[in-house]
Design a protein around this ligand. Structure first.
Ligand code: V47
Length: 423
C-alpha cells in the first residue's frame, strides 16, 4: 500500500504560470483552466504573485459608513432581498406620510413614507419593513460617521418612484456643507440611469453626473453590474437596465474624471464562462479608459450571492472555495484594474482574510450599517468591524494594514480616529 499523497499539481497551469510571470494577458480559455483546476495552491500562488507585484504586502482598509437611503424600489430583481414595493408599503403606513421636511438648502423635501427610521439607542436608524430617509437624516448619519473618523460615505438605495432628482443633488450638497472633507461615493449606475428618467426636464447621463459632481459627488461605487449577459439578465433581473447602460454610465463618469469601481454578483444562475466574459468586458472597457479618458476603474469587487430572503433563496449560494477561486481568477484576469476587494460583508471577515493571500488587497472598511444583505440569523443590520478588528485580521494574514482614502492614498493620523478607540 502506498502512503504517497495524490499529487494535485496541474501541468495545464504551466503555460499560464509563464504568462503571469511575464506579465502577459490571460485569455478566456486560461480563465476556464484556472476555474477548473484542482491545483488550488498554484492558483493562489499565481494570484498572490500579481497582488504582491502591485501592492507588496500592503492591505488596504478605510474608515467608512455605508448608508442605504431607501429600500423602496420599482424593480423586482430575483436575487435581491432588500427592495420593498412602494404602493403596498405606503398603504399600510399612511399615517407616517403626513409631514414634509424642510431640507438644509431650503427646499421642501419629499414626504417620509413607511416605517420612518427612528433612531435607536446607538444612534443608528431602526429599519422598519420599508423606509426612506430625509436629506437631514442622511446628513446626520454622515456627520456622525465623520465625527468617528470616517473619510468616506458610500450611499446607495433602491429606485424610488417618487423622490425628485433634486433630492439627490440636495443630499450631496448638504453633506459637503456639513462635512467638507468627507468623500461622497454614491449611486450605482442603475440609480444614475433612473435619475435621467425622473429628472424634469429629462437629462442625459452626462448631465446627471455633471450636476451630481457639482453638488459634491466624488466617485461612483461599482454596484448594479450583476453579470453582463442577456440570458442571466432575463432570468435574474429582467427589468433592470442592462450592460449597455451600466457601461454608458461608467464611460461618462470616466470622461468627466469621476473614478469608479466595478462589481460582479456571482453564485446564482450564471455559468463560469459568463463570469469570465463579464471580467473580459470590464478589462476591455478599462483599456480604453486608461488610454483615452480622465478616470478609470479603481477596484473590482466580486460580490458573493447571499440567497437569504430573496426569490432565489432555494439556491445554495457560493461555497468558500468558489469565493476564493473567483477572487483569485479575478486578480489574474483583470490585469489592468489596480485593486481587488474582498468585501467582508458578503464574503465574511474570515474568508476575506484568507483571500488576502489569494489576490485580494482591499478589505473595504468599517461599514457600520448595511441594509442590502444580511445573513440569516443576524439580528440587526448593524454590521460593523472596528479598526482594531480589521487591522488584526490583516496583520494575521501577514499583511501591513494601510488605512486609505477612497482614492487609495494612505491616511496619516496624528491622533487615532474615534472608530479606532476600543469601545
Ligand atoms: O448592486 C444585491 C448586490 C450590490 C445581493 O464599489 C447582492 O466599493 C449579494 O455594489 N447577495 C450593492 N449581493 C453593493 C455594491 C458594493 C458593495 C461594496 C463595495 C462596493 C464598491 C460596491 O449588492 C448590488 C447588487 O449587485 N446585491 N443583493 C445579494 N442577495
Amino acid at each position: 500500500m502506498t502512503t504517497e499523497l495524490a499529487s494535485v499539481t496541474d501541468s495545464a497551469l504551466e503555460p499560464i504560470r509563464a504568462k503571469v510571470l511575464a506579465g502577459a494577458r490571460l485569455t478566456l480559455e486560461d480563465g476556464l483552466t484556472l476555474y477548473r483546476t484542482r491545483d488550488l495552491f498554484t492558483l493562489g500562488e499565481l494570484a498572490n504573485h500579481v497582488r504582491e507585484r502591485l501592492h507588496g504586502r500592503r492591505a488596504y482598509y478605510n474608515i467608512n459608513r455605508h448608508i442605504n437611503y431607501t429600500n423602496y424600489c420599482v424593480l423586482r430583481c430575483k436575487f435581491c432581498s432588500f427592495y420593498r414595493p412602494y404602493e403596498a408599503s405606503r398603504a399600510g403606513a399612511a399615517a407616517g406620510a403626513a409631514s414634509a421636511a424642510a431640507g438644509p438648502t431650503g427646499t421642501t423635501l419629499p414626504l417620509l413614507h413607511g416605517a420612518a427610521p427612528a433612531a435607536t439607542a446607538s444612534g443608528a436608524p431602526a429599519k422598519g419593513d420599508a423606509y426612506e430617509y430625509s436629506v437631514d437624516e442622511v446628513v446626520a448619519l454622515a456627520a456622525e460617521a465623520a465625527a468617528r473618523g470616517a473619510t468616506e460615505v458610500h450611499i446607495v438605495g433602491g429606485l424610488h418612484p417618487r423622490l425628485p432628482f433634486s433630492y439627490y443633488t440636495d443630499l450631496c450638497r448638504a453633506i459637503k456643507t456639513r462635512c467638507p472633507t468627507l468623500h461622497i461615493k454614491a449611486f450605482t449606475a442603475i440609480e444614475i440611469v433612473h435619475f435621467t428618467r425622473i429628472a424634469r426636464p429629462r437629462r442625459t447621463i452626462h448631465e446627471v453626473l455633471t450636476e451630481l459632481r457639482d453638488a459634491g459627488l466624488d466617485s461612483l461605487p461599482g454596484g448594479g453590474a450583476e453579470i453582463f449577459d442577456d440570458r442571466v439578465h432575463d432570468e435574474a433581473f429582467k427589468n433592470k437596465v442592462g450592460e449597455k447602460h451600466w457601461f454608458d454610465v461608467h464611460t461618462a463618469a470616466h470622461e468627466l474624471g469621476i473614478p469608479s469601481n466595478a462589481t460582479m454578483l456571482y453564485g446564482h444562475v450564471e455559468t463560469i464562462t459568463e463570469r469570465l466574459q463579464h471580467m473580459l468586458k470590464l478589462r476591455a472597457h478599462q483599456d480604453v479608459s486608461l488610454r483615452e479618458r480622465r478616470a478609470a476603474f479603481q477596484c473590482f469587487v466580486p460580490l458573493s450571492f447571499i440567497p437569504d430572503g430573496s426569490a432565489l433563496a432555494h439556491l445554495p449560494g457560493p461555497t468558500g472555495l468558489d469565493d476564493l477561486r473567483t477572487l483569485a481568477v479575478a486578480r489574474l484576469m483583470l490585469d489592468n484594474i489596480p485593486h481587488l476587494k474582498g468585501f467582508w460583508i458578503m464574503q465574511s471577515p474570515k474568508l476575506s482574510q484568507v483571500a488576502l493571500n489569494w489576490g485580494v488587497d482591499d478589505f473595504d472598511g468599517t461599514v457600520v450599517w448595511y441594509d442590502i444583505t444580511r445573513r440569516e440569523g443576524q439580528g440587526t443590520n448593524r454590521q460593523e468591524l472596528s479598526v482594531d478588528q480589521i487591522r488584526r485580521l490583516l496583520r494575521e494574514a501577514g499583511c501591513e494594514p494601510v488605512e486609505r482614502d477612497t482614492l487609495y492614498r494612505p491616511v496619516c493620523r496624528t491622533t487615532p480616529a474615534a472608530s479606532e478607540l476600543r469601545q
